[in-house]
Design a protein around this ligand. Structure first.
Ligand code: SF4
Ligand code: SF4
Ligand code: SF4
Ligand code: FES
Length: 950
């Protein structure tokens, strides 16, 4: 259990090889060069009063409370803005300083309401603390100065309030928004006593550019900016460090609790991925965990047209196991399988794949990474030798050129997006390759040097033309290639990309990107010093997703941008545990640690440990499971934490496959879209209710810690264990740490990982073993994991998905900041205030041609299906391209996406669907059927509630 109040050192940590020794109030202290006097004092437990300083922000020097006396120095310098010097002698407590500090506090207090007893910050207000520290006893100026006391409270943000009457205009919030978040939504308006904090052009927070990251709330030393939950519940009693359950940044948080109730979630300053920053999802969107929609009791039914019946855990598990065994007895061993999720912990995922391989006796296990980053696993393994990103996030702070391809960090990976923006504001150059104008292209103080606005589906054409410039203009880092790479493969690749048909000029007609921009981007990246590539699903979710990943790796190797800080190939993982779910062996062809099932040595190792014989042939991938179900060969499915009926492409195909099965077991928090086709529902637990680990996009393994008991009675890994025992495969883990111990025993890259070790180090980036006992922040240093880096020829093959007269537009999909994946969690929070529906972005030219105005209902039809969304007319998208998010099931974005997929991994081609858009006045036929089906299923769920109430 951690203390509620974290120590604040006043100014940020400095990293320097040089140390400086000084004396503060007679104590000698040695600190890195560049450290402030205030921080040095805090490090030796000397407390200097402060108000405008905090260790998350650069010093500002405005409040004058932190003045100190320094021998030989004139006047009384502010300790927050004064760097240490060797031999300096500092006094922090003198009569003169005390008088000045009291005077400063008098001024502050004269302009502050005296309602401390009823203030939500009572007990953790820095103003109150400082009044005590400086010994304030009287306020000579009265309490009614020309102040802000009458200012109106702004409660427009659903998660926090802005009570301007309490503001001391210390500017911490403004600086937090500028420095940490990079949104620059706040300003100080006016001067002197008239100065005040304003959001945007002095509008309510909700109407400003504010993205509700919470940094200003965190920075505020008073109750001016306060979480509404804190105002409602009062201060927490205890806290625990845990990890965000949303995106692949994997932010570390303190869950501040009162009993079993979460008072607030606060970013952990010591979090290695987020360094005390957060986004609106992790910081605030946890209401889903206690939402009324959560199902707490197990349920079963024979057919999906039957009402649900609430049953005991014993009955539910035994029914599920009996059904699975019946199906296997009737249709064969391979007729069942399991799907795990990147929303599950490593331990949960490991158990699901173990249940399938050892308990079901086949390799029919897959994960939602199939539909997002499976090409990353394949492409990076082939070229670099390891299926993972090469850097830690901090590495971006050493990048000179940042190349973002098919990723939207400020929406998809917001905390890392903020870090990236910080580096860009420091002067790093930016290249963006994206069909859409993402925020990063132009945002306060940032403008991309090149925005390669390519046509969806032409990534490989673009990467080949970038490679062509690098090869033909002599930009290859020959030394690096000669020393580190497989030369035969390099020569083959060099010869391939040098061909004129790959030149930017030849490819311009294909990608739509002006040749001059491609040439400029290639030169910039190749001559960067440190060039770092960050990519996302805009790379992987294509028919050539794996080819593009290999193309990116080729480019990084050819320019020597790999194997040190500031460079690398960095896949930005969508969900919190995409990396972990892949690491844990949830693909049908790989055991934990990316070892192929045909590898006899690994198989024998696992067979010995697990006491069963294992199949040596890969099992079914998710799309193969659907095909087999429709063919009548695949009849039973255990799904933990994943909603394939919403997230997988070609919804009608998926639901037909689900309807063809005889037993679908869904383990989840809510009756999600897949659960509407289920026969057994096992109520899962939220991240607040269980122990385990998540592995983020940096390969960083962090602890998820239980802060409340599982509301349904069992943590998810325990449910899988119950099911395993019921199908006849014994599992007897006492807690989640034992599962990690087994993973470490059986997986060389995890050999040094344990809960105890993570607790000790805070987090660990794998590989972690005897060679790297503290983990591995940067991979491929000195040598690639596969030995020599391998170049692969990346022939551009246009997608089969062609536009024509019937389907003249290309639909591409993506995410938005406030919602997460299928939205099951975020839709059940106030985040809907920012995004309550998926909309279709369409270029003004295309809209005008079709008579579509902003807000109109638009029918979108593809070769797979049809749906209806409202239009957002915007120049963010280029003519000929439309775009939508996929967070709401009724939008049916995946009704229109097709079965096309990556040639190597079957990752669906979500990013390219040929469509037509027309103005309509009613929902699509699919939407009507969907609504009817949903109403029926909700009715069948209610009957379970009714039966349990009797
Ligand atoms: S809102 Fe808080 S952080 Fe911002 S200026 Fe006022 S007191 Fe300081
Ligand atoms: S919540 Fe974040 S974005 Fe909004 S004003 Fe505060 S710091 Fe800026
Ligand atoms: S959603 Fe991602 S960026 Fe936001 S708090 Fe969670 S891990 Fe951090
Ligand atoms: S804390 Fe140093 S001037 Fe405010």
């Amino acid at each position: 259990m951690q203390s509620i109040v974290e120590k604040d050192f006043g100014t940020p940590r400095r990293h320097s090889a040089q140390s400086v020794t000084l004396t503060i109030d007679g104590q000698e202290v040695t600190v890195p060069e560049g450290t402030s006097v205030m921080r040095a004092a805090a490090l030796c437990d000397v407390k200097i009063p402060k108000l405008c300083a905090t260790d998350q922000l650069e010093a500002f020097g405005s409040c004058r409370l932190c003045l100190v006396q320094i021998d030989g120095m004139k006047g009384l310098p502010a300790s927050c803005t004064t760097p240490v010097a060797a031999g300096m002698k500092v006094s922090t407590q003198t009569k003169q300083l005390a008088d000045i500090r009291r005077g400063v506090m008098e001024l502050y207090i004269s302009d502050h309401p005296l309602d401390c007893l009823t203030c939500p910050a009572n007990g953790h207000c820095e103003l109150q603390d400082m009044a005590g520290v400086v010994g304030l006893r009287e306020v000579r100026y009265g309490y009614d100065g020309a102040n802000h006391l009458a200012a109106e409270k702004d409660s427009s943000n659903p998660y926090f309030t802005f009570d301007a009457a309490k503001c001391i205009v210390c500017s911490r919030c403004v600086r937090a928004c500028d420095e940490q978040q990079g949104t620059l939504a706040l300003t100080i308006q006016g001067r002197g006593f008239d100065s005040k904090v304003a959001a945007g052009q002095d509008v309510p927070f909700m109407d400003s550019e504010c993205v509700s990251c919470g940094a200003c709330v965190q920075a505020c030393p008073t109750a001016t900016l306060s979480e509404k939950s804190l105002i409602d519940l009062g201060q927490a009693e205890h806290s625990k460090i845990t990890t965000c359950a949303y995106c692949g940044v994997g932010c570390s948080f303190r869950a501040e609790m009162k009993g079993e109730e979460v008072v607030r979630i606060v970013p952990n300053k010591d979090g290695h991925a987020n360094h005390g920053h957060s986004c609106v999802k992790g910081r605030f969107a946890i209401g889903y965990a206690t939402h009324a929609d959560r199902i707490m009791k197990p349920m079963i039914r024979s057919r999906i047209t039957d009402p649900w019946r609430e049953v005991s855990w014993i009955e539910a598990i035994s029914h599920a196991a009996t059904e699975l065994k019946r199906i296997q007895a009737r249709y064969g061993r391979d007729s069942i399988g399991g799907i795990t999720s990147s929303r599950c912990t490593n331990e949960e995922t490991y158990l699901v794949q173990k249940l399938v391989r050892a308990g079901f006796g086949n390799n029919n296990v897959d994960t939602c990474a199939r539909v997002c980053h499976s090409p990353t696993g394949y492409g990076l393994k082939q070229t670099l030798g390891e299926s993972a990103g090469t850097q830690n996030f901090d590495s971006v702070m050493k990048a000179d050129v940042i190349f973002v391809i098919g990723a939207n960090p400020t929406d998809g990976h917001p905390v890392f997006g903020s870090m990236m923006k910080r580096r860009l504001r420091q002067g790093a150059r930016l290249i963006v390759a994206d069909p859409r104008t993402i925020d990063l292209v132009r945002t306060p103080h940032i403008a991309a040097d090149q925005h390669l606005k390519l046509r969806p589906g032409t990534n490989v054409a673009l990467i080949n033309s970038l490679a062509h410039v690098i090869v033909s203009e002599g930009l290859v880092k020959e030394d690096f290639v000669r020393a580190r790479c497989d030369l035969e493969s390099f020569e083959k690749w060099r010869h391939f990309v040098a061909d004129e048909r790959h030149s930017p000029e030849a490819m311009e007609a294909v990608s739509g990107v002006p040749a001059a921009s491609v040439r400029a981007a290639a030169r910039l990246y190749a001559s960067a010093g440190n060039g770092a590539i960050y990519y996302g699903l805009g790379v992987t979710e294509h028919s050539q997703g794996s080819t593009m990943v290999m193309g990116i790796a080729n480019l990084a190797m050819a320019t020597g941008n790999i194997g040190r800080e500031g460079v690398g190939v960095n896949p930005l993982r969508g969900q919190n545990n995409v990396q972990g779910s892949c690491d844990m062996g949830s693909f049908p062809h790989e055991f934990p640690g990316y070892r192929h099932v045909s590898d006899a040595a690994t198989r024998h190792l696992l067979e010995d440990a697990w006491g069963v014989s294992l199949q040596e042939e890969p099992g079914l991938r998710i799309p193969n499971m659907f095909e087999a179900a429709l063919d009548g060969d695949f009849k039973g499915l255990y799904i933990e934490g994943e909603d394939i009926a919403q997230s997988d492409p070609n919804t009608q195909h998926v639901t037909a496959a689900l309807m063809a099965m005889e037993c679908i077991i869904v383990q989840d928090l809510f009756l999600n879209e897949s659960a509407k086709f289920a026969h057994v529902f096992l109520p899962g637990s939220s991240f607040l209710e269980k122990d385990g680990t998540f592995t983020n996009a940096e390969r960083r393994i962090s602890r998820v810690r239980k802060v409340m008991q599982p509301k349904s009675g069992y943590a998810d890994w325990e449910i899988t264990q119950l099911l395993a025992n019921a199908v006849g495969y014994p599992m007897h883990y006492q807690d989640a740490s034992e599962i990690m111990d087994e993973i470490a025993r059986l997986t060389p890259t995890f050999a040094g990982v344990s809960f105890a070790r993570i607790d000790e180090l805070g987090s660990i980036q794998w590989p972690c073993n005897a060679a790297h006992p503290d983990g591995t922040p940067t991979m491929h240093v000195g040598e690639f994991v596969r030995g020599k880096g391998k170049f692969l020829v990346t022939e551009y093959v246009p997608t089969r998905e062609k536009v024509n007269a019937k389907f003249p537009l290309i639909l591409t999909t993506g995410r938005i900041l406030s919602q997460y994946n299928v939205g099951a969690q975020t839709r059940r929070t106030e985040n809907n205030r920012w995004h309550a529906e998926d909309r279709l972005e369409i270029h003004p030219n295309d809209a005008e041609e079709r008579g579509i105005a902003d807000g109109d209902w638009v029918g979108i039809s593809s070769r797979a299906g049809e749906t209806v969304l409202r239009a957002r007319v915007t120049e963010r998208v280029q003519p000929g391209v439309v775009y939508t998010t996929f967070h709401f099931p009724e939008s049916g974005a995946n009704v229109i996406t097709t079965d096309n997929s990556d040639w190597a991994t079957n990752c669906p081609e979500y990013k390219v669907t040929a469509v037509q858009a027309t103005r309509v006045s009613q929902p699509s036929e699919w939407q009507k059927r969907f609504r009817e089906f949903t109403e029926t299923q909700e009715g069948l769920l209610k009957s379970a509630d009714a039966s349990s109430a009797q």
